[in-house]
Design a protein around this ligand. Structure first.
Ligand code: ADP
Length: 484
């Protein structure tokens, strides 16, 4: 695998490398530039010394006043830290500020002398045998009308230029070093700024994958660029979503467990009862009258079991439709569906002399699955009968609202204490277990109603007052957008 370095080091070394390259190039270019500049300056200076002497000494050259020339060379040489040499047109040394001319050989072969003689100007950078060091030479011709008198040469050691340049070079080097230290510190800070949030993010991803769902980035104090901030925010969103999903899954799992426990519990009671009575009957020592009573109990419990199983099947059927989205809604007139539900329960109502009224405009239509909606109304009216005294009234009232149809099923029955209302639509939730059992309730009726309402993208709600009555309201949307 490719070897990967941490972001911090990558950024840090890149910054540093770039800085070293920039500073190095700058220093070197400056050094050579300065050296050239100094050389040019020195040549100009030497030329001016030579030119001044040339205009002053023309006659002295003509007359070969060697002593004068020697004094002049010495004086000028000393005051300008320059080696002045006056040469004849034949290359002999007439005067020199550093050495005695008598000790010096002919300068015929010196390139600056040759060039000056020919063109009026000559220059050279070369090693001086006389002084044993490298010098910069500038030479000018001394001439009168139609005649050359000689050559004046001014020279300075190259070493002095090198020394000045070196001096500047060292200063530049020190400045570069300071800049390098500054850049290095700065790039450590900058690299940290980039790499710290990334390291932090990695740690939090690690925590998240190891089960710490509360792991989040601190968006307020995040350093680095915008992209990093976005990345951190995306991470937080992802963590939120993950946490919510896991919460939902846990909740779902808990609900499933509770449901299985509830179902088992609900089934066990009638089954135990049935088992007990059958055993007693098998033992045989039961009077005929008791036998009849026991068979009745067994029959009732069997009905109860059947009712529970039927309701459970109904619930799972609705849930399956919900999950598969396999439901087929049709635009159906509402009144016949409600009528049919009421017809089912008329005999039961009649027994308690309870009157059922239906108020529904015949023209009202609804997008629905008629069988399911009928089942919901059956459950509601059935409850109304179950929890009402005889000689009371039940009303099924339909109101057309702007975007929805509202169905109220109200009775004048026992009512429900307020504290039970929030949980009344839960599976197996009953206010009075004994009464529910007595009237053949399963505790699933309202839960089925709620699921049917949700399947129709509607809601189910309840209002109730003890001893005054209960109203359950379904609100179902008239039209729905496609795919809803
Ligand atoms: P059950 O089969 O026990 O009636 P439901 O889910 O239909 O179960 O109703 C849950 C509980 O709500 C009932 O046990 C009952 O206590 C209460 N309840 C439902 N409808 C009415 C009503 N119309 N009047 C009074 N109480 C009701």
């Amino acid at each position: 695998m490719k070897k990967r370095r941490p972001l911090f080091w990558q950024l840090y070394f890149n910054y540093l490398f770039l800085t070293v390259i920039v500073l190095g190039t700058m220093t070197t270019l400056t050094y050579f530039g300065l050296q050239r500049f100094h050389l040019e300056q020195t040549k100009k200076k030497l030329l001016s010394y030579a030119s001044i002497s040339e205009s002053q000494l023309k006659n002295k050259f003509l007359r070969r006043e060697k002593n004068f020339l020697q004094d002049h060379a010495s004086l000028l040489g000393q005051s300008t830290h320059t080696r002045m040499t006056y040469l004849s047109a034949t290359g002999d040394v007439l005067a020199d500020s550093k050495r005695s001319p008598s000790e010096m050989d002919s300068h015929k072969n010196r390139p600056e002398w040759q060039s000056a003689l020919k063109t009026g100007y000559g220059e050279a950078v070369r090693f001086s045998k006389t002084l044993g060091q490298t010098l910069i030479y500038v030479a000018v011709r001394v001439s009168g009308p139609g005649k050359i008198y000689g050559v004046i040469r001014a020279a300075q050691p190259l070493e002095s230029i090198r020394a000045t340049s070196m001096n500047i070079f060292i200063q530049l080097g020190i400045a570069s070093l300071v800049v390098l230290i500054l850049v290095s510190t700065f790039s450590i800070i900058l690299s940290r700024k980039f790499s710290n949030p990334l390291r932090d993010l990695r740690l939090r991803v690690f925590n998240l994958t190891h089960g710490d769902l509360s792991s989040r980035m601190d968006l307020e104090n995040i350093s680095g660029p915008k992209e990093l901030f976005h990345l951190a925010r995306s991470f937080n969103n992802m963590a939120d979503e993950l946490e919510a999903r896991i919460d939902r899954m846990n909740q779902f799992e808990q609900m499933r467990k509770d449901f299985v426990a509830n179902v088992s519990h609900e089934l066990r009671t009638p089954l135990t009862s049935i088992g007990g009575f059958i055993e007693t009957l098998q033992e045989g020592e039961v009077s005929e009258e008791e036998q009849k009573k026991f068979y009745q109990i067994i029959s009732r419990q069997t009905h109860r079991l059947t009712a529970i199983v039927n309701d459970l099947l109904m619930l799972s059927k609705i849930e399956k439709k919900q999950e598969d989205k396999s439901i087929t809604f049709t635009q159906t007139p509402l009144a016949p569906v409600l009528n049919s539900a009421i017809e089912v329960l008329k005999p039961k109502a009649k027994k308690s002399e309870i009157e059922i009224q239906l108020h529904c405009d015949e023209s009202i239509q609804l997008l629905m699955e008629p069988q399911l909606l009928e089942q919901a109304i059956v459950n509601l009216v059935d409850n109304a009968i179950k929890y009402s005294e005889s000689h009371s009234q039940i009303k099924v009232t339909v109101t057309s609202q702007e975007n929805s149809i509202r169905i109220d099923v109200s009775d004048e029955g026992v009512g429900i204490p307020e504290e039970h209302l929030p949980r009344i639509f839960e599976r197996f939730y009953r206010v009075d277990k004994a009464r529910s059992r007595k009237v053949g309730g399963t505790g699933l009726g309202l839960s089925i109603v709620k699921h049917i309402a949700i399947l129709h993208k509607g809601t189910a709600s309840i209002r109730s007052k003890i001893n005054e009555g209960t109203t359950i309201t379904l609100v179902l949307p008239k039209a729905r957008l496609k795919n809803q």
